[in-house]
Write a new protein. Structure first.
Length: 317
């Protein structure tokens, strides 16, 4: 026996709990030592059930505390507005530790076709590295896709044996994955992604607490995705509004340019006509002809500028 576990001693009263080596059991000894310390009188009792229950409850509390802290950190990311792509690697590393998973990945449904899951981040706990991100067409895994579509979570203790993951068995075996816990991310009831927990080694029965935690994380990721898409839509709308305002300004400028051009054209027309008439009238005097030609040339150049203004006005209207 080993004297591990809780123990108390008050004066000559003894209350000790011992773990039985090799058997995994626990015994409790309550007794009294005589004042000389040479003789011990007591009662032994098997407290294996009680001790295991107490230690199991303590372990569950510790797990819940880790999960709560992890959800708090995820909430902080949402509040701070950190870009999802930048936050995912650290988040996946944290989830690996919290759930004791070999790998954690976040997948997003392709917004263009709605039929492809693209891995955004895949983190491996053993190497502390971000792995290459694969792509999975939902049409290639119809049974699994149907399970993911209809359920909040897909908890599989043995990928090779579960009917929901028959299409994933070969890929899972190649990556050493034996059990998976996948939680769907939804916005307005529509699947937009998932958070995947991978377990290597032997089969693993996921606990209700782990399943509930995975679902809560997926809800947080859904909020982050929705927030990111809303921000992108707002930026696109702002850019569109800026473009519209610019177009309206250019249209107004075009109207102004067109109006000015018409007014100038109306002024230039008689100048040019009269210039030609005067040139004919003074054709006998070379000096006067030269002066009139300069006037006509200036008017012609002005008419070219007016034509450019008219062209600019037409483009903006």
């Amino acid at each position: 026996m080993t004297g591990t576990g809780p123990s108390t001693a008050a004066g000559l009263e003894l209350d000790l709990v011992f773990r039985v080596d090799g058997g995994g059991g626990w015994v409790r000894m309550r007794g009294r030592r005589d004042r000389g310390g040479e003789r011990l009188t007591g009662v032994w009792a098997d407290v294996t059930v009680e001790t295991r229950a107490r230690r199991g409850e303590q372990a569950r509390r510790e797990v819940l505390e880790r999960q709560t802290r992890s959800l708090q950190r995820l909430a902080e990311v949402l509040v701070e507005g950190t870009a999802l792509a930048a936050a995912l690697p650290a988040m996946c590393a944290d989830l690996c530790e919290t759930v004791d998973a070999a790998r954690v990945s976040v997948w997003l449904v392709d917004e263009d076709d709605g039929a492809t899951l693209r891995c955004a981040v895949r983190y491996e706990r053993a190497t502390k590295a971000v792995l290459p991100t694969p792509v999975m067409a939902l049409a290639d895994v119809p049974t699994y896709a149907a399970a993911l579509m209809r359920s909040r979570t897909v908890a599989i203790a043995d990928v090779a044996a579960a009917p929901e993951t028959v299409e994933l068995a070969a890929r899972a075996q190649a990556n050493g994955v034996r059990a998976i816990l996948d939680a769907a991310c939804r916005i307005g009831g529509r699947l937009v992604g998932m958070v995947c927990y991978e377990h290597t080694g032997g089969p693993r029965a996921w606990t209700p607490e782990e399943v509930a935690f995975a679902a809560s994380v997926a809800d947080g990721v859904s909020l982050a995705i929705e927030s990111q898409r809303r921000s992108q839509a707002e930026r696109a709308r702002a850019a569109l509004e800026d473009g519209l305002r610019h177009a309206q300004k250019m249209e107004s400028l075009g109207h102004l340019a067109g109006g000015v051009a018409h007014d100038l054209n109306n002024l230039l027309t008689p100048i040019l006509i009269c210039g030609e008439l005067v040139r004919e009238a003074v054709a006998h005097d070379p000096e006067l002809v030269e002066s009139v030609d300069a006037i006509v040339a200036a008017g012609t150049s002005a008419r070219d500028l007016v034509a450019q203004l008219l062209g600019f006005g037409r483009k903006q209207m």
